[in-house]
Design a binder for this molecule. Structure first.
Ligand SMILES: Cc1cc2nc3c(=O)[nH]c(=O)nc-3n(C[C@H](O)[C@H](O)[C@H](O)COP(=O)(O)OP(=O)(O)OC[C@H]3O[C@@H](n4cnc5c(N)ncnc54)[C@H](O)[C@@H]3O)c2cc1C
Length: 499
């Protein structure tokens, strides 16, 4: 499934895959907004950088986002204020506001072709009801306290019920085009970039990043893979969640300019004008990764929403992306348990701006320079009270999967009941297998145990593949790892009597 952004950008950035050995000051793993911006910032600082991306630059979660850039947080500043207090509220908004300004500067000075524009952000309700309205008023107060000077406006969209809260001067772009243009700039400054190069092992003590056909030796390693690959304690603190997007062609003027968030319906809307065509983008229908949620139904609900409220001419693209929410509401950016390994994760649905914050912070840490955000965003922080509710919820879910998966009665289906194009967890002679039958009838028999922290994977029928509900790893139907934190594939098993 291609997003509107990947479809309207270059699908091939043209970087070779890595074959052989490279030596660099810094190895960056992951070619999304976080990795590419970090590579550029480090190259600008005069460091030698090698970046590896397992697929295409910008085509990960960055190229499946909404392309909105803002100083606030999508789950609300009132929540942040309640957990962290006024000082942190102001720091977060300042850091994020500076990152949006940095993106705007880069777009202008580096002439990045990515349809960047300054727009207003609107937050409102689809149904004006007591509790939701009260929450919106509290959000207004938190935004004002943070210095974002919100105001109440008559809604520019008819679907809004009641007035909307507005924050001026935020921004939007095509996120995939932005990152690809940034990658070209990093290369111009000497960074070496490699696509279609999967990292399969990281040895922190030796400063070695091993890929399928080569390796990088580096003094510092930045893991910018969205969910940090390999084992990292912060994974136990994060909740993986999938959300969907659709785009449609609409009549000129049907969708006003701006960012539109509807709190109660959990919909995010924007317009994208590209090559003289007007597109509507609708994002929504979030759910936990790995949990049963028919994608076709969810996408159809988004289309129904678009049809009800806009003059849709045709539907074009549909896609999904994953977000990782930290338990205490702030991302984890900085040194991991190893002093020479840096991570940036837990961005929730705000990672275009957090990824940009991360790039500046990691550049400073690598160079041993001071940065005011080091302690606040440190992955080593311990915030038991602020995390308590989120941590309990998240770990109840993980424990449910670690324990429940094993105890659950797996459907006592025979292998022959797995239809072509389908995968199933089946019980066979007292053991559980993850079985996929290709359209030509060939069976792939795999261990259902995710190699990351040993939860059982679940079949995702709509985006054929195996998803891990615990920490969000995703696998191809044939077991190849597509998304971390897992580093290795699902184990292939031989089932002599498989029919
Ligand atoms: C539906 C949705 C909409 C969103 N909209 C917005 C928005 O409007 N604004 C906003 O600020 N945020 C938004 N977000 C969040 C945002 O998309 C992400 O937080 C952000 O893109 C993360 O960027 P990243 O570079 O860290 O990760 P990614 O863009 O996912 O990049 C990580 C890269 O690492 C690569 N990789 C993974 N494993 C390996 C490996 N072993 N070896 C080599 N490479 C590897 C992947 O292929 C990938 O390209 C949204 C999220 C969702 C779910």
């Amino acid at each position: 499934m291609n997003s509107l952004w990947t479809s309207t950008s270059n699908t091939r950035s043209g970087f070779e895959s890595l074959k052989g050995s490279e030596v660099a000051d810094v190895a960056v793993v992951g070619g999304g907004i976080t990795g590419v911006t970090t590579a550029l910032r480090l190259a600008e600082a005069g460091m030698s950088v090698a970046l590896v991306e397992s697929a295409r630059i910008g085509a990960g979660n960055t190229g499946r986002s909404t392309g909105n850039l803002y100083a606030t947080l999508s789950h609300g500043l009132a929540t942040l204020l309640g957990k962290w207090g006024e000082e942190t509220l102001r720091s977060v908004v300042r850091l994020r506001g500076e990152a949006v300004a940095q993106i705007a500067r880069d777009v202008e000075t580096l002439r990045l072709d990515c349809d960047f524009e300054r727009v207003d952000l609107h937050i409102g309700l689809e149904q004006e009801a007591g509790d939701a309205l009260q929450a919106l008023r509290e959000e207004f107060a938190a935004l004002a306290l943070a210095g974002l000077a919100p105001d109440w406006v008559e809604p520019p969209l008819a679907l809004a019920s009641g007035r909307m809260l507005r924050i001026r001067g935020q921004a939007q772009c095509n996120p995939c085009a932005y990152v690809q243009a940034l990658a070209a700039q990093a290369q111009r400054r000497g960074a070496r970039l490699f696509e279609e190069t999967r990292v399969i092992d990281i040895d922190a003590s030796e400063g070695r990043v091993r890929t399928t056909d080569g390796e990088i030796r580096a003094g510092a390693i930045v893991i910018a893979t969205h969910s940090p690959i390999g084992f990292n304690l912060v994974q136990a603190e994060m909740q993986p969640c999938i959300e969907y997007g659709i785009s449609a062609r609409v009549e000129a003027g049907a969708m006003p300019s701006g960012i539109f968030w509807f709190r109660d319906g959990e919909h995010s809307l924007r317009r994208y004008r590209h090559a003289g065509v007007e597109h509507l983008v609708v994002i929504g229908e979030p759910h936990r990764t790995g949990e049963q949620a028919p994608e076709a139904v969810r996408l159809e609900r988004l289309r129904g929403f678009a049809r009800r409220h806009f003059g849709v001419e045709t539907f074009e693209h549909c896609w999904s992306a994953q977000q990782l929410r930290s338990a205490d509401g702030l991302p984890y950016i900085g040194r991991s348990a190893h002093d020479n390994v840096f991570i940036a994760t837990g961005f929730a649905a705000d990672g275009l701006t957090w990824g940009t914050v991360a790039a500046g912070l990691i550049r400073d840490l690598v160079q041993d320079k001071g940065n005011p955000a080091v302690d606040l965003l440190s992955p080593r922080r311990l915030t038991p009270v602020k995390s308590a509710k989120g941590w309990a919820e998240e770990n109840a879910a993980v424990v449910k999967h670690l324990v429940g998966d094993r105890l659950r009665q797996v459907e006592p289906a025979s292998l022959s009941s797995v239809a072509p194009g389908q995968g199933k967890l089946v019980d066979h002679q007292g053991k559980t297998f993850a079985v996929y039958r290709a359209s030509d009838g060939t069976l792939t028999v795999l261990s259902p145990v995710c190699p990351h922290l040993r939860c059982h994977v679940a079949w995702n029928p709509e985006q054929p593949g195996w998803d891990c509900p615990c920490h969000g790893s995703r696998f191809h139907p044939d077991g190849r790892v597509l998304d971390g934190p897992a580093l290795s594939d699902l184990e292939r098993l031989r089932l002599e009597d498989a029919r």
